[in-house]
Design a protein around this ligand. Structure first.
Ligand code: AGP
Length: 604
């Protein structure tokens, strides 16, 4: 939710760096954007509603050669996406500018207080209270002192950057929950909501902790904690390559991320299987630790929740340990019963999802062990968990999650195998299946052009049904979400056997149904469900085990080579992702940045 970038250098021009950094953060929000530069002659600012490209057209009006500035790309929470509500926001004198990610919960009270003192507000945002508070305090203090005082007044989860024309050689940054990272250069230092903001310049970074304030100049970084004491946060080296965060010749990040999955699966599994066994330590756990838990509670949102559903099935089948899976936004308010015998497992690509984080904190309060599966090193979820496993999928930029989802399933499979081993249940054939996956994944991708053709037919439909049984039902839920979020077609997933209990009434001539059949134990029953919808005139896209005959009553036949049946969802996810992708492209939608959504959901 919202991307923020800061640059302060010796003499380099801040503007191109900030604009480039925003390009890499645009996935976090893209309804408006802006940049402010600070020099002794004042704050120069340009901002606009719309995508970053619209801001690009305004930048010529900004002065060049100014080495200090901040930028923002917005996902609206308070106030519509208008020019006025775009960040940066400034004080009455135009001497202070701020960019902000998160929510200031007590903004209403502060705003009234500041208006009563004569401040003039220009936007509907919660953010605008920050520059006015700073203005209020800057009379007596420098920018650093003003920020220190102002932050004691702010409530909520947020991160913000502030610059001032009185102190144009520094940026003051505050982190309260929302992520903020410092990039360490030689003639400049940087700030970003995530690493990709400054990867083009440096791989050395310091992650601010919750409650930290940082003052960065071209040659220094000073971090203080909530008590005001100077602290030293570890310097880490980011192993992401800037190339990984670029499209690499593909028309969209989503297509690139779908196509790279087989290779990414190899990366995710590398070193985690030795002598046909899972190396439990390589997923952040030990056998002694795992042996302590009687129950597992998975919490996650969206696609990560769908991965959790598959994880539940795998763990219960292989290890016979009961697993609950809950949507994080529900779980956090459901008065859950947790204790030291429970492992609470958070699944989150970004590692910053507010609801998932809240569940982790609740779990810790209740004495449960917290474990997370995330793609983002140094993310809040990773740092606040007792143990963590990384999915190692590389940066996922498209808002629609693809490679993060399939690697989450892989790590959950490794967890299930580790738990099973403790119970004396070995599954060598599943280990073999894992190692075969990259090869099979490439085979599935060979059918890409066929799926593109089949998607052309999907593009002019509406109300698409996804059906499956068992693991295929869990996968159907992910398939329908992919289609909805990028093509804006209405889609719903149903357990195939449930159709006849009501939903079948909606099936009539031409209604699109995507049927998934990869699980041999329910082949016949699932085929019967296809016959039921065909008998009522449905048009069926069948993503099916390639051992099922092409003569099935399926209109668009998408065969999947099945290695191990429990891993079939990982392979079958590819055609579902491609079907959604090509449908959205055929409908002319903005695939990587679908309306109303953002990659990292850091608000409730
Ligand atoms: C998936 O395509 C969506 N972008 C969304 O459902 C996402 O999975 C969800 O917001 C959870 O995000 P997280 O994995 O970063 O926690």
């Amino acid at each position: 939710m919202c991307g923020i970038v800061g640059f302060v250098g010796e003499k380099d021009d801040a503007l191109p760096f900030i604009f480039n950094g925003l390009k890499h953060l645009e996935y976090r929000g893209y309804d408006s954007a802006g940049i402010a530069l600070a020099s002794r002659s004042g704050i120069a600012i340009r901002k606009t509603q719309g995508k970053l490209a619209a801001l690009g057209e305004l930048l010529e009006a900004l002065p060049s050669g100014i080495p200090c500035g901040i930028g923002h790309t917005r996902w609206a929470t308070h106030g519509r996406p208008t020019n006025e509500n775009a960040h940066p926001h400034v004080d009455c004198q135009g001497e202070i500018a701020t960019v902000h990610n998160g929510i200031i919960e007590n903004f209403h009270t502060l705003r009234e207080e500041l208006i009563a003192k004569g401040h003039h507000f220009q936007s509907d945002t919660d953010t605008e209270v920050i520059p006015h508070l700073l203005e209020e305090y800057q009379g007596a203090e420098d920018l650093v002192g003003a920020v220190r005082r102002a932050e004691t007044r702010l409530e909520g989860s947020y991160a913000f950057l502030a610059i001032s024309s009185r102190d144009p050689d520094r940026i003051v940054a505050v982190r309260r929950t929302s992520p903020l990272i410092i990039g360490l250069g030689t003639t400049a230092n940087y700030l970003g909501s995530d690493f990709s903001a400054f990867l083009s310049a440096t791989k050395q970074a310091q992650i601010l902790e919750n409650g930290d304030m940082a003052v960065i100049t071209p040659h220094s970084v000073m971090i203080t904690d909530q008590s005001g004491a100077v602290v030293d946060r570890p310097v880490i080296t980011v192993d992401w390559d800037i190339k990984q965060a670029e499209r690499g010749g593909h028309p969209h990040f989503m297509l690139k991320e779908i196509i790279e999955q087989p290779d990414v699966w190899g990366d995710c599994l590398l070193g985690r299987i030795r002598d046909n066994e899972v190396v439990t330590e390589e997923i952040g756990l030990t056998s002694e630790r795992l042996a302590r838990y009687q129950r597992i509670q998975i919490v996650a949102a969206g696609t990560a929740y769908h991965a959790g559903l598959i994880g539940k099935s795998l763990i219960e089948r292989l290890a016979r340990i009961p697993v609950n899976v809950d949507v994080a936004s529900e779980f956090r308010y459901a008065h859950p019963i947790l204790n030291k015998d429970t492992m609470v497992l958070a699944v989150s690509q970004s590692g910053e999802t507010a609801d998932t984080l809240a569940c982790l904190r609740l779990a810790r309060e209740q004495g449960a062990f917290t474990y997370s599966i995330t793609n983002t090193v140094g993310s809040t979820v990773a740092r606040e968990s007792d143990a963590v496993a990384y999915t190692l999928a590389g940066p996922e930029i498209a808002v629609a999650s693809t490679k993060a989802y399939t690697t989450q399933i892989l790590v959950l499979t490794l967890l299930a195998l580790s738990l099973a081993k403790l119970k004396g249940r070995e599954h060598p054939e599943l280990i073999k299946g894992l190692l075969q996956l990259p090869l099979l994944g490439h085979k599935v991708l060979n059918g890409k052009e066929d799926i593109k053709r089949m998607a052309a037919r999907m593009a002019d439909t509406h109300d698409v049904f996804y059906i499956g049984r068992g693991l295929d039902y869990a996968l159907a839920m992910e398939g329908q979400l992919k289609l909805k979020e990028i093509s804006y077609l209405h889609a719903e997933a149903y357990a195939a056997g449930e159709l006849k209990h009501g939903t079948l009434a909606l099936i009539q001539e031409g209604v699109p149904v995507v049927a998934i059949i990869t699980q041999k134990d329910v082949w016949e029953k699932a085929v019967s469900n296809i016959l039921e919808v065909k008998a009522r005139g449905a048009r069926v896209w069948g993503i099916v085990d390639d051992r099922l005959p092409a003569s099935l009553p399926i209109d668009h036949y998408i065969p999947i080579p099945i290695g191990h049946a429990l891993l079939a969802p990982v392979l079958a996810a590819i055609p579902l992702q491609l079907l959604a992708y090509y449908t959205a492209v055929a409908r002319g939608e903005d695939v990587d940045q679908p309306r109303n959504l953002a990659k990292s959901v850091t608000v409730e």
